[in-house]
Design a protein around this ligand. Sequence first.
Ligand SMILES: CC(C)(COP(=O)(O)OP(=O)(O)OC[C@H]1O[C@@H](n2cnc3c(N)ncnc32)[C@H](O)[C@@H]1OP(=O)(O)O)[C@@H](O)C(=O)NCCC(=O)NCCS
Length: 170
Amino acid sequence: MTVTPERPEHHGAVYQVHQEAFGRPDEARLVESLRRSPAFIPELSLVALDGSQVVGHILFSRIVVRSSTESHRALALAPMAVLPPFQRRGIGTRLVRKGLEDARALGHRVVIVVGHPRYYPRFGFVPAEPLGIRAPFAVSSGAFMVRGLEPDALLGLEGEVEYPPEFAEV
Ligand SMILES: CC(C)(COP(=O)(O)OP(=O)(O)OC[C@H]1O[C@@H](n2cnc3c(N)ncnc32)[C@H](O)[C@@H]1OP(=O)(O)O)[C@@H](O)C(=O)NCCC(=O)NCCS
């Protein structure tokens, strides 16, 4: 199993991974539209490969946390999926860990996720709302989480998250 940035020949398989894991095409289409967006970071669209087969994918895109006085750049972790027959074998864990590591190496400081409150805390994510970071849509507060990639990354960070418009399609 390897985790590596996707290449163009993986695009079709990445679509299938999301389609099958979520049981609908919305997230697969989101990935396709984000690839054409300025928010897209090619180095942070990672595939998990079993041999040459794509069995998982994770994407981190540019977002902004905007308060009345300041804007901070951050990343959204979304979407992530593992092919159903390959789930619960640690592949999702590998994707998140490698993604966070690569994001930090590229100089990114903050990652925000909307996800299951029992899954993401193991990677250091904490509830974002108590820190004053707000989602632009209704979300149960425990599901909206943030992870600083540097010790001081969350200091003074507050405001509302601005997602790329492509997210409105999901
Ligand atoms: C979420 C997902 C990517 C995890 O991938 P994975 O390779 O199965 O994850 P891992 O094997 O690393 O971790 C398994 C752990 O995740 C937990 N888990 C998996 N899916 C979960 C979910 N939807 N809600 C809560 N916990 C979940 C399992 O209970 C397991 O926990 P445990 O280690 O305490 O038993 C995968 O299950 C998936 O593709 N799900 C459908 C799509 C989805 O919901 N994506 C996430 C939202 S963007």
